[in-house]
Design a protein around this ligand. Structure first.
Ligand SMILES: NC(=O)c1ccc[n+]([C@@H]2O[C@H](COP(=O)([O-])OP(=O)(O)OC[C@H]3O[C@@H](n4cnc5c(N)ncnc54)[C@H](OP(=O)(O)O)[C@@H]3O)[C@@H](O)[C@H]2O)c1
Length: 193
């Protein structure tokens, strides 16, 4: 399974749950620091630094037989080399389109590849799984207690830091984890970016 934005809040959970389920997991993130986090702390088998490496060449090295599942948090140009390497009947889970949230870099799906490889594409929206949330909490709490799941957050101080926090979140300029803005001295009051 390949996971983009693997060091972000969604990606870090997906990587760890996939590993707990026994999958071989390759993350994609920007920068060595996030890639080290994805491998050393989240337990991915490898992480491709999308700023420093050619994603296609890295996948050829890491997954010579191809990719079964792509958990897509970003869309954009990163998608194409993964499409090219999905196996027949491979699956694409579309969770987000972070590459286009600041405009541009929209994705055109390669219909010829989808047809030829009989790919399965499904949008994932967490709200559809509300009824499974209690079971998810129980399972993640168990993994947390057993040390099987890790978490990182990056706190920006003060409401004035919100634009910077949002810009860093969307551009990927952070060390990974969930970005929060602390708007009060009271530790329990934060704004989720
Ligand atoms: N469907 C749902 O129910 C649901 C729920 C929550 C969130 N989401 C979506 O899931 C995705 C991940 O959410 P998150 O909160 O965990 O976000 P996030 O990882 O904190 O932020 C987005 C990340 O996308 C990567 N990125 C940005 N531009 C990119 C580009 N041009 N090419 C490749 N990668 C790029 C960056 O990571 P790197 O620089 O490290 O690559 C950036 O940090 C978002 O798209 C979000 O909207 C969906």
């Amino acid at each position: 399974m390949v996971v983009s934005a693997a060091a972000g809040p969604v990606g870090m959970v997906v990587v760890q749950l996939a590993k707990a389920d026994g999958l071989r997991v390759i993350g994609i993130a920007s920068g060595w620091e996030k890639c080290a986090f994805v491998v050393d702390e989240l337990g991915a088998d490898a992480c491709i630094d999308r700023n420093a490496e050619d994603v296609g060449a890295a996948l050829d090295r890491l997954c010579p037989a191809g990719v079964d599942i792509y958990f897509d948090n970003v869309g954009g140009a990163v998608q194409r080399p993964i499409f090219d390497r999905l196996k027949p009947f491979g699956r694409l889970i579309v969770c987000g389109m972070a590459a286009s949230y600041s405009g541009g870099d929209d994705t055109t799906l390669p219909t010829g590849i989808i047809l030829g490889k009989r790919l399965r594409i499904e949008g994932f929206v967490v709200l559809d799984y509300d009824s499974e949330y209690p079971a998810f909490r129980t399972e993640v709490a168990r993994l947390w207690r057993e040390g099987g799941i890790r978490y990182r957050q990056l706190v920006y101080e003060g409401l004035d830091s919100t634009p910077q926090a949002l810009a860093d979140c969307l551009s990927g300029r952070s060390s990974g984890g969930k970005i929060l803005v602390q708007v009060s001295e009271d530790d329990s009051v934060t704004a989720d970016v």
